[in-house]
Design a protein around this ligand. Structure first.
Ligand code: TYD
Ligand code: MG
Length: 451
């Protein structure tokens, strides 16, 4: 007879303990242990190991699994070319970012037999959402169910080609008595889904919520269990959403997908640079275009700066989309090496479009934008910049320069300013865009502002 047992789980990392602990020995967090009732018989059964399951590597039959190529280019790209049959894909993102919308869209866009399991929204709500989307699929089944044991027969009955679970935090298993969304429930349900996916060779998308600090709610173990982890990011106030892979057993994790939230669902943005740059009638000061890489994708983004005389004793520095400490470093370099008097000025910088950039190749454009605003001299919209700035004021090369230049060329820029040292890594010489190598900031500023 199975006895009711309780186990304590760290809600942060999933560490298991038989007694309550104040501090988790695994992730060092305090007060994260919660008691969860486990009524399952937790005996190990070693007796039934089948030796015929063991194979030599070369004996394994090669069966090239064909991926399901979706109609959504961006999704295909982040998944590494399509959905691998039998794969388990965790799809995380903050509430309201558009996870359910993207998943429903995927269910309707592709003419497969799809099962959409929703524990969050009623059938009516899903129907209302589906009506907003410009896609239709006659074989999209919707079921409101949260108990995993009831879901299994539904899957067997429908035999879907794709299953979407919205969301893992609402699922529960009969075997455990803890609350939905708790570590043991999330883990057990994911394990059950994993077994289903692998035995029936059906791909599963599992939607997972993200906690305030940006990690997937539920334990880290969840990420270890699944094949692919996708994250949906973006600012609620902006329309752009970025789909990122943080783990992929079947492809690279460097790819990103870009979407725009519209009244009719999420639209794929295949040429993001065109939207991220404001095309103005005339040149304005304080704006410079940078060529950055997001994952493997080159993007042209607009960096903006406003430099004004400070009304207070301590000047303000404010930054949106760019690291504030890196901005402080850039300002110090401009001040010390180029003699810009910025200590009495307020400096505000912004990356247009609500993007957050970490690529150091943004440095040069931002330094140019700041100087341009300071002197109130505009930079031509046909110029773009792509280099890192070192502490000594030297212009440093960046990676994948060829890719960045060809993107700039594609978008019709006339000149791109790169580090002189970057010329070495150039393989193809382009003729449409003029590539200008720069060694020192002074040299560049001389060209741009004193010419
Ligand atoms: P949703 O997919 O419900 O987010 P999540 O599942 O990640 O919590 O997205 C909800 C938001 O998207 C909501 O604010 C409304 C907006 N939205 C649109 O702007 N256009 C649309 O066509 C749809 C369906 C939703
Ligand atoms: Mg949702």
């Amino acid at each position: 007879m199975s006895k009711i047992k309780s186990v304590y789980y760290c809600q942060k990392c999933g560490f298991e303990s038989v007694k309550w602990l104040g501090k988790c020995p695994s992730c060092n967090e305090w007060n994260t242990f919660v008691e969860e009732i486990v009524s399952k018989d937790r005996k190990n059964t070693f007796a039934s190991v089948k030796t015929d399951k063991i194979k030599l590597l070369h004996e394994i039959n090669v069966c090239e699994q064909e991926r399901f190529v979706t109609k959504d280019e961006e999704l295909n790209r982040v998944l590494g070319g399509g959905i691998v049959p039998g794969s388990l894909i965790l799809f995380g993102g903050e509430p309201g970012i558009g996870k359910s919308t993207l998943m429903l869209q995927t269910a309707l866009q592709n003419k497969w037999r799809v099962l959409y399991i929703s524990g969050e929204e009623s059938e009516q709500q899903i129907l209302l959402r589906a009506k907003r989307l410009p896609y239709q699929n006659k074989e999209c089944y919707i079921v409101n169910e949260t108990v995993i044991q009831n879901i299994i027969p539904i899957i067997e009955h429908i035999q879907p080609q794709l299953v979407i679970v919205d969301s893992i935090q609402t699922l529960t298993t009969n075997l455990l008595e803890s609350a939905p969304g708790s570590v043991s429930q999330v883990r057990e349900c994911t394990a059950e889904i994993m077994r289903l996916a692998k035995t029936k060779n059906i791909p599963f998308f599992i939607i997972g919520h993200i906690t305030k600090d940006g990690t997937l709610a539920g334990p880290k173990v969840l990420e270890h269990m699944v094949d692919t982890v996708l994250q949906f990011e973006g600012d609620q106030h902006y329309l752009y959403r970025i789909l990122r892979t943080t783990k992929n057993r079947f492809g690279s994790t460097n790819e990103i997908g870009i979407y725009e939230m519209q009244g009719m669902g999420l639209r794929q943005v295949s040429n993001p640079s065109e939207i991220l740059i404001n095309h103005r009638e005339e040149d304005v000061s304080g704006v410079a275009i940078a060529s950055v890489l997001e994952g493997n994708r080159p993007l042209m983004i607009e960096t903006q700066a406003l430099v004004t005389t400070s009304a207070y004793a301590t000047a303000q520095r404010s930054s949106t989309g760019f690291d504030l400490r890196r901005l402080a470093m850039l300002l110090a370099v401009l001040e010390k090496k180029y003699g810009l008097k910025l200590y009495q000025k307020d400096v505000f910088v912004n990356i247009a479009g609500g993007l957050k950039v970490e690529d150091p190749a943004t440095d040069l454009a931002l330094a140019v934008a700041i100087t341009s605003s300071n002197y109130d001299i505009p930079i031509s919209q046909k110029f773009c910049f792509c280099a890192e700035i070192g502490l000594t004021g030297e212009i440093r090369p960046v990676n994948r320069i060829d890719q960045r230049i060809s993107e700039a060329e594609k978008l019709g820029f006339q000149k791109i300013f790169i580090a002189q040292n970057n010329f070495k890594s150039l393989t193809e010489k382009s003729n449409k865009i003029e590539i200008i190598g720069v060694n020192k900031l002074e040299q560049l500023f001389q060209k741009l502002f004193k010419g």
